[in-house]
Design a protein around this ligand. Structure first.
Ligand SMILES: [Zn+2]
Ligand SMILES: [Zn+2]
Length: 277
């Protein structure tokens, strides 16, 4: 398998470590392709997004590494861009990057410049559930998938980030059951949109290395439905530390094999390719 990871966060956002440390670690682990995907700026205070003032430095730093390491590893400049309802900015086309991961991490209360996270600690998740949805988990989950579908239709990101991140704090089905019809209907609806837009679904192991869940995003049954629909997939680790660059890649690969996949997408020589798993 050609090792490729396009989902990484260094010190420019909420990751730890210099970009160079990621490049060196990637080479040592045998990676052929490495992409940086810092959290793009948002119009609120947040702990994880890059400040707009650091964007130029980020782009310059990664571009310099790309030149310096040419021939040893393929380096790409990416961004993980938040989508939230009511965001009128044209962020998905404004930045000169090689690729974009489109992700939903929160619900925004735009008039109060506040956000309510669904990709954080359980305490934050509970706050979102109570404050915005009055404890109604079905409404929270439905709103999440509605935003994911809207993001893909409006902005057509090449990659959709951690598709079912809503399960992050749902260990043992604490809040909802993935086998219930209403949940499966939401997944099928979003997969329809993904399929018709040619979006790549990342198989993201970040929830495992951060101790929240034991399997990648998305769940195996969702991967099986992706396979049936011939939706392209790509393994990533959402690394926030260089040592997690290949975290649980073996597990992600075996999930993909079990779902019937023999190939994944990678970005190589500036072209999206399908290569053997
Ligand atoms: Zn994310
Ligand atoms: Zn990420």
């Amino acid at each position: 398998m050609i090792l490729c990871n396009l989902h990484t966060h260094c010190h420019f956002c909420d990751g730890s470590g210099e970009p160079r440390e990621y490049v060196e670690a990637a080479i040592e682990k045998g990676f052929k392709v490495l992409g940086f995907s810092s959290h793009a700026p948002i119009p609120f205070e947040s702990e994880w997004n890059m400040a707009e003032s650091r964007m130029d430095d980020y782009l310059r730093t990664v571009a310099a590494l790309k030149e310096e390491y040419r021939g040893r590893i393929d380096i790409y400049t990416g961004l993980e861009i938040d989508y939230f309802e009511g965001d009128g900015r044209k962020v998905f086309i404004d930045y000169p990057v090689d690729y974009i991961i489109g992700s939903v991490h929160f619900f925004a209360d735009i008039s109060n410049r506040r956000y309510y996270s669904i990709d954080d600690t359980e305490a934050e998740f509970q706050k979102t559930l109570q404050v915005l949805f009055n404890g109604d988990i079905k409404r929270l989950v439905s709103s999440y998938y509605q935003q994911v579908a809207e993001m893909i239709k409006r902005h057509r990101p090449p990659i959709v980030g951690h598709l079912d991140v809503i399960k992050k704090n749902n260990g043992n089905g604490k809040y909802f059951s993935e086998s219930e019809t209403w949940y499966r209907e939401w997944i099928d609806g979003v997969l329809d949109v993904i399929q018709s837009h040619g979006t790549i679904v990342e198989v993201n192991t970040g929830g495992i290395s951060r101790g929240y869940i034991q399997e990648p995003y998305p769940s195996l049954w969702i991967l099986k439905r992706c396979r049936q629909r011939e939706i392209p997939v790509m393994i990533t680790s959402d690394a926030h530390n260089p040592k997690h660059l290949d975290a649980s890649f073996d597990l992600a690969r075996s999930c993909l094999k079990e779902a019937g996949f023999n190939e994944q997408c990678i970005l190589q020589a500036n072209t999206w390719k399908r290569v053997a798993l």
